[in-house]
Design a protein around this ligand. Sequence first.
Ligand SMILES: N[C@@H](CCC[C@H](N)C(=O)O)C(=O)O
Length: 260
Amino acid sequence: MIVNFYKYQGAGNDFVMLDNRNGEFDSISINTISFLCDRRFGIGADGLITVSNSQDKDFDMVYYNADGSQSFCGNGSRCAVRFAQHLGMLTDSECDFNSTDGPHSAKISDDNISIDLYVKGTIKKYSEKEFFIDTGSPHHIVLSKTLENTDVKTEGSAIRYSEKYAPSGSNVNFISLINDSELSIRTYERGVEDETLACGTGITAAALTGFKLGIKPPVKINAKGGTLFVTFKHDPDTDNFSDIWLTGPAEKVFEGKIEI
Ligand SMILES: N[C@@H](CCC[C@H](N)C(=O)O)C(=O)O
């Protein structure tokens, strides 16, 4: 079967997009997802997203990592909003959509897409330099003074597969604080099993963890593939974060046909 595909990227986190408005990719197989995301034998991407009609929102999306596993994806969601706009599913500069972890809202401009995210639970502090937070996907955070020289694949993989996170694993982010509103980040992504150029839920997790270390919103975050911004509110009485928004670029790279 020959299918149309679209390739999008958000700060270098790249995705194959499939128009699923007729439901043809409802039961897409893990093998097909892995093939389409393969950088040598397929199109190549960190993940794959299907965009479908929704009963109660502007669209529904499902995110799959390159290995076919599912989670919530911040950059993928931002790209899915841009794709829904391309498909003519959006009529406004704001929209609502359903993703793997529930409903989200988005704000659209020519340069950027912003989405809101939700935290599950609170930040867990393992030590002065290691933390965990779930921003729709699970994220381990390591404070690093040697970010450029960090072997993200080896060190990230060791934490991702550690007993602490078995059996489902965690994404792993290495961060360096630059000043009181800026940090740099490198991320090992579960399901891609490698470093990616940016990870939206990881960037959000880093901004919120950074707040605990003295960083104030809006937080500017430098990833390898680009710069994103995170804003949020924090309630000192409950220690809860709310009104969390991730903002950055999301654009179509190319489109084509492929046999699956
Ligand atoms: N790239 C994503 C995160 C995708 C999910 C993650 N790999 C997981 O399995 O938890 C993002 O931009 O948030």
